[in-house]
Design a binder for this molecule. Structure first.
Ligand SMILES: NC(=O)c1ccc[n+]([C@@H]2O[C@H](COP(=O)([O-])OP(=O)(O)OC[C@H]3O[C@@H](n4cnc5c(N)ncnc54)[C@H](OP(=O)(O)O)[C@@H]3O)[C@@H](O)[C@H]2O)c1
Length: 458
């Protein structure tokens, strides 16, 4: 079923769809669609109406058939939209409460979608893991999004919800006068098959590194973000590779989007110590929100890729070297994008992982916090060496096409169920918006666990 092929922009009208998935025909998009179908008109679900959007109705039809299988595909409208056609995006935004954007690389295709959503006051969530896109959208659209009542929340996938909600969960385990100074998230990916990512993620990473200077320039042009008060001095840089005995992992420091997203969350929290008020929140929500944020203890945060053997880090090191060297030259970028399997030592493929490979993989993110048994003493400078190590863990299914769809759909369901409790609008991080909601419980109910592991004196 194809609709909306006229070139005229539509006038704002009643929202016909709770959710429109843009890019539902993509590798990740079709898994997002499969996850959404589980909740469409399910008992107690706020998802009552869904539409798919993309450039090609036939590819959307194919994705719907795949996502619904082995059941026959339900009747779901297909809307034609192309990010190079602003009118097509305005029509989508006029009809949807929320647009879920799965069209990437976001640095190439994301801005017109954000712009259309902000103009029409529609909410926007995506699965972006590109710091430059997220920070550029914040600089360009935050003020207008607040005025228009449009929530724009990037990184609602594996990047960066496990890190954001995982760090908030970790922070709450530091009871009484104790507080963390630094938390390192050790990410390990496990499977008895091959661990593979789709080309879309690889392309986004290559383009991100190739244009890293743009992010530096953007950051220089903005006022410095507010810094949270963290007990103790900034941790030393440390080595690029280390070994954690209790976890039994070798670990490589990752230049992860997660750290930049967490930093933005903590900066917003520093400016708004009780979080952001809901658009139309109940007194009960206000009380819960203030109680939630007052128990969060900020920390320096970094991400490391973990592996049981030193050799297991080899593909990541080689990929980093290849991308670092070749990204600087046009021919190098062409080679990287032409031969993803070769340069990533098989980690990324043009046609992505098989369904069996997706189903076989899991992730573990261990949050190792070092901090103080008495944070007041540390703030006064009396006790500068962390004396406590606290470990928590987030675990779940394969990151890109199993965990990411679960996370994106649960974020969208929170928005549908509790819109009045969430900020009126703005370009915001998942942590600051979803931290005080029931997102963590929803993720737990859908296969992503949050656990306390241990606390010890060091
Ligand atoms: N946060 C995370 O953890 C996470 C996980 C997975 C993926 N991602 C990100 O998600 C993005 C997509 O990855 P993918 O592997 O799914 O890529 P993909 O398979 O190439 O899918 C791209 C989608 O975008 C659509 N598209 C491309 N250009 C378009 C345009 N001009 N107008 C409208 N639609 C357009 C494609 O539609 P057609 O069918 O018409 O070509 C397709 O549906 C990447 O940026 C990736 O990094 C993030």
């Amino acid at each position: 079923m194809s609709e909306n092929n006229s070139n005229q922009p539509s006038r704002p009208g009643p929202k016909m769809y709770d959710i429109i998935i843009l890019g539902a025909s993509g590798f990740t998009g079709k898994y997002v669609l499969r996850e959404a179908l589980k909740f469409l008109n399910a008992p107690n679900s706020h998802l009552k109406s869904l539409a798919l959007a993309g450039r090609s109705p036939s590819r959307l039809t194919y994705a719907l058939k795949w996502a619904a299988g082995p059941n026959p595909p339900p009747k779901i409208p297909h809307l034609t939209a192309d990010t190079s056609d602003p009118n097509s995006l305005s029509r989508l935004a006029a009809q949807a409460k929320i647009i879920l954007n799965c069209v990437g690389p976001f640095r190439l295709y994301g801005q017109p979608v954000v712009s259309a959503c902000v103009d029409s006051g529609c909410d926007y969530l995506d699965i972006c893991g590109e710091p430059d896109f997220m920070e550029r959208m914040e600089a360009l659209y935050h003020k207008k999004a607040v005025e228009k009542g449009s929530l724009v929340i990037s990184a609602c996938g594996f990047d960066s919800v496990p890190a954001e909600i995982g760090l908030l969960h970790h922070s709450k385990q530091w009871a009484g006068p104790s507080a963390p100074n630094r938390v390192d998230a050790y990410l390990s990916l496990e499977s008895d098959k091959k661990i593979v990512g789709n080309f879309g993620t690889y392309e986004s990473a290559v383009l991100g590194v190739a244009n890293a200077h743009e992010l530096m320039e953007l950051r220089k042009s903005k006022p410095k973000p507010a810094r949270p008060a963290i007990p103790g001095p900034p941790p030393p840089k440390g080595s690029i590779i280390d070994h954690h005995n209790q976890l039994g992992l070798w670990a490589l420091k990752l230049p992860s989007a997660d750290s930049t997203v967490v930093r933005r969350t903590l900066s917003t929290l520093t400016e708004n110590p009780h979080g952001l008020p809901g658009a139309n929140e109940t007194p009960e929500n206000l009380k819960n929100r203030e109680a939630f944020w007052s128990s969060v203890k900020p920390a320096y945060f970094g991400v490391k890729l973990g592996s049981k053997s030193l050799l297991g880090l080899f593909p990541a090191i080689m990929l980093g070297i290849f991308i670092g060297l070749l990204c600087k030259f046009a021919i190098g970028r062409w080679l990287l994008l032409k031969f993803p399997s070769f340069f990533s030592l098989g980690w990324f493929r043009k046609n992505g992982p098989t369904e069996v490979e997706v189903a076989s993989a899991t992730f573990k993110m261990s949050f190792v916090g070092h901090g103080f048994s008495d944070a007041d003493m540390a703030l006064k400078g009396n006790n500068k060496k962390p004396d406590v190590e606290l470990i928590t863990r987030v675990m779940g299914p394969e990151i890109g096409y199993a965990a990411t769809p679960v996370i994106l759909i649960q974020c969208a369901l929170v928005v549908l169920a509790s819109r009045g409790d969430l900020p009126r609008g703005g370009v915001l991080t998942p942590g600051i918006v979803f931290g005080p909601t029931d997102l963590q419980e929803r993720l737990q109910a859908n296969g992503i666990s949050f656990d306390f592991v241990s606390k010890s004196t060091i």
